[in-house]
Design a protein around this ligand. Structure first.
Ligand SMILES: O=c1nc[nH]c2c1ncn2[C@H]1C[C@H](O)[C@@H](COP(=O)(O)OP(=O)(O)OP(=O)(O)O)O1
Ligand SMILES: [Mg+2]
Length: 199
């Protein structure tokens, strides 16, 4: 079994990564398995910079192959905000407060102007490679007028996917991984890392 650490403290992300990678080939751990791991300050100006900070902090501590995800919501009517500040949009990291603030900022904006995108940048860092692998995924949607669905995390109940006729919180983890920003980035990573990894 090959061990990989996912550099996240977010249980929603952890669940999505584990669903893909936790099989006979890999043993997956996340920062939720190491509650004492110190806070990693996300001081970068881009998703890639923040994902790199997280991947390297964790890889250096455990000396194991590490994947970090930095992701967020870009709303066209808000000129791409909250973007890299999605987790801290309403102050501290609180999904309900973030969703409430998003609805309030979009108050009065009609459906056709509520277009938005989830984006994810993954950085894969391996102690045996001197360069990181960096991939991105993106999915388009529309911000709903009210939250719908109990699955998922973060902005999922407000992220309506027209092709599905559902929000990201009304589908299973497997269905979300098939279409989501993170799922797409993971597929790119899997394609590229075979040639890349020296385990
Ligand atoms: O699939 C998603 N479904 C719903 N919301 C999402 C998704 N993907 C990112 N988001 C939102 C949640 C959070 O407000 C921010 C990510 O912030 P980000 O710093 O990357 O993650 P985080 O702080 O929750 O966990 P960690 O840094 O430990 O990986 O964007
Ligand atoms: Mg974070």
């Amino acid at each position: 079994m090959k061990e990989i650490i996912i550099a996240t403290k977010n249980p929603g992300k952890a669940r999505e990564f584990k669903r893909v990678f936790d099989d006979e080939h890999f043993e997956i751990k996340t920062l939720l398995d190491f509650p004492d791991f110190p806070e990693i300050r996300e001081t970068g100006k881009t998703f890639e910079e923040n994902a790199t900070l997280k991947a390297h902090a964790v890889m250096e501590r455990f000396n194991l192959p590490t994947i970090a995800d930095d992701s967020g919501l870009q709303v066209d009517a808000l000129y791409g905000r909250p973007g890299i500040y999605s987790a801290r949009y309403a102050g501290d990291h609180n999904d309900a407060a973030n969703n409430a603030k998003l609805l309030s900022e979009l108050g009065g904006v009609p459906k056709e102007k509520r277009t938005a995108h989830f984006v994810s940048t993954l950085v894969f860092a391996n102690p045996k490679n001197d360069k990181d692998l960096v991939v991105e995924g993106k999915v388009d949607g529309i911000i709903g007028a009210f939250p719908e669905g109990d699955d998922g995390f973060g902005y999922d109940p407000l992220f309506y996917v027209p092709e599905l006729g559902k929000t990201m919180a009304q589908i299973t983890v497997d269905e979300k991984n098939q279409i989501s920003h993170r799922g797409q980035a993971i597929k790119k990573l899997e394609k590229q890392w075979q040639d890349w990894i020296i385990w």
